[in-house]
Write a protein that binds this ligand. Structure first.
Ligand code: SF4
Length: 499
């Protein structure tokens, strides 16, 4: 048997038993892994996932890479949800899964099964890398992915722990895998020659860190061109060889500020890291200054870059003025950048909530927003976002699905952050025009929402939800006590696995 495996805890998972799970993981030999997660992703009010399973972030990064196989190790229900979500978002790749039961988990057979699956999958003709992701139960049980071989016939093997009780958001889970791959690639590059990128830049480059609208990186390239610089492949990357090109940059730009493990690798490679991003007029000017300074670009070239970009951004903002009060909340990591842009377009933004943690890479944005009257809430919980919306009563609420749902119930126009805002350019003149345009269109729908609220009144809400219900449901006599006893009996049995 490889590694110490201990049985999981009943009632564990997304919504219960977090401390017990952490304790179990530590007892099973995962103390170092848990310490690293706690250090990289400090916790806040919503220590448990309030949106999708965090592991989706890592899974998505793996599935979007060419010649990369991604294998999940976890409870079947978790894997079902993750697989469903990945295909909902158009993965078009196979999600690997190594199932387990009480016996294979407790006896350590699960690790053997994972190792077999990795050997079976790691064919150099098919793959550059095989990723194995431990979900909650295998992490808490100490399944030792660090004992997998580092490579098989030249195919890199990377095992990571991404438990919901250690990684608060799916955004940060993207960093767990990106950082692990970058560390592997940096070690390879330090040991000898590595593969060339498909397109080699002949200018010094900037690596943008974060998932962006596809038009944004080329747009950033146009901003950098007058300084004699270009963009490197962005991170998370689309294939393994891009990792080397990304590392080979002159400056790394932590535009999404929560990539702590990824930034650590750039620092280890001796690359300077710049925060914030080229959003709006002031944001773009400050970002070009910071990139130019980090790359030792001459002042006249930085001025030339600003002289080319800023008038276009000014014109885009003037063409799409936003006169409205807006709250912004989300879990993508770009919430502060979006709020900056909205304020520059003329909006009043009293509240910005992000599920991501505070890091030094968003300091400039936070300071700018606070100076412009916004309250910035890091690690914002859904409850905080809802309370802010109810307090502010905005003309438009930009937020997550449950927040938008609540806003619509109240007749407040609302916009999905992920589907609508993240699916548009954000940087430079293109970002200024696109964001202000969609926001202006939504604000005009306030009258329509109010008519809908009037029409439906309270039908389908609270106790009248569902067909045929129009009274307060009666609680069956003794039901609570029966369920309490049943739960206790189940807990005592302590044999089942997973949640
Ligand atoms: S892996 Fe953990 S956080 Fe994800 S769905 Fe399963 S129990 Fe929830």
């Amino acid at each position: 048997m490889d590694g110490a495996i201990i049985p999981p805890v009943i009632g564990s998972g997304c919504h219960g038993g977090r401390d017990t799970m952490i304790e179990a993981a530590r007892a099973a030999g995962k103390s170092a892994a848990m310490d690293k997660l706690m250090q990289d992703y400090p916790r806040g009010p919503h220590d448990q996932p309030q949106s999708m399973c965090p592991a989706f972030g890592s899974l998505r990064v793996g599935l979007r890479m060419r010649r990369t196989a991604t294998i999940l190790s976890g409870s079947a229900c978790c894997v079902y949800g993750l697989t469903f979500t990945s295909h909902f978002y158009g993965a078009r790749r196979t999600v690997g899964y190594v199932p387990f039961n009480s016996e294979t988990l407790v006896k350590g057979q699960l690790f053997e099964d994972i190792r077999d699956a990795v050997y079976e999958t790691a064919k150099p003709a098919d793959y550059d890398a095989v990723i194995v992701i431990n979900l909650c139960v295998p992490t808490a049980s100490g399944v030792p992915l660090d004992r997998l071989p580092k490579q098989i016939d030249g195919v890199r093997i990377i095992g990571i722990d991404v438990p919901g009780f250690g990684v608060p958001t799916h955004a940060e889970a993207k960093d767990v895998l990106t950082g692990a791959m970058l560390k592997y690639a940096r070690t390879e590059a330090e040991q000898g020659p590595v593969a060339r990128p498909r397109t080699q830049q002949d200018m010094p480059t900037v690596t943008m860190i974060g998932e962006f609208f596809p038009g944004d990186p080329p747009g950033v390239g146009a901003l950098l061109a007058p300084m004699g610089m270009a963009v490197a492949p962005q991170l998370p990357s689309r294939e393994w060889r891009d990792l080397y090109a990304a590392l080979d940059c002159q400056v790394a730009a932590a535009a999404h500020p929560f990539y702590t493990a990824t930034v650590r690798e750039f620092k280890a490679a001796g690359r300077p890291v710049v925060g914030s991003a080229p959003v709006g007029l002031e944001g773009t000017a400050a970002w070009l200054d910071a990139i130019g300074a980090a790359a030792n670009v001459a002042a006249d070239k930085i001025d030339a870059a600003k002289a080319r970009a800023l008038p276009l951004i000014r014109a885009a903002l003037d063409a799409n003025p936003v006169h409205a009060r807006i709250t912004v909340s989300g879990y993508e990591g770009s919430e502060l950048l979006v709020a900056r842009l909205l304020i520059e377009a003329g909006a009043e933004v009293p509240y910005v909530g992000t599920a991501c943690p505070r890091t030094e890479w968003s300091d400039a944005d936070r300071e700018w927003l606070v100076a412009h009257g916004a309250h910035v809430q890091y690690r914002a919980s859904l409850e905080q976002d809802l309370a802010a919306m109810l307090d502010v009563r905005p003309d438009l609420a930009v937020g997550t699905t449950p927040l938008v749902q609540k806003a619509k119930e109240l007749g407040i126009p609302a916009l999905y952050f992920t589907n609508m805002v993240s699916a548009r350019p954000l940087f430079g003149a293109a970002g200024a025009g696109a964001l202000a345009g969609i926001v202006a269109a939504q604000i005009g729908s306030g009258g329509r929402f109010n008519r809908m609220v009037d029409f439906f009144q309270s039908v389908g809400a609270g106790e009248t939800a569902g067909y045929g219900f129009n009274g307060v449901p009666k609680e069956p006599k003794g039901a609570r006590e029966r369920y309490r006893r049943a739960r206790e009996a189940k807990s005592r049995a302590n044999e089942a696995v997973g949640t």
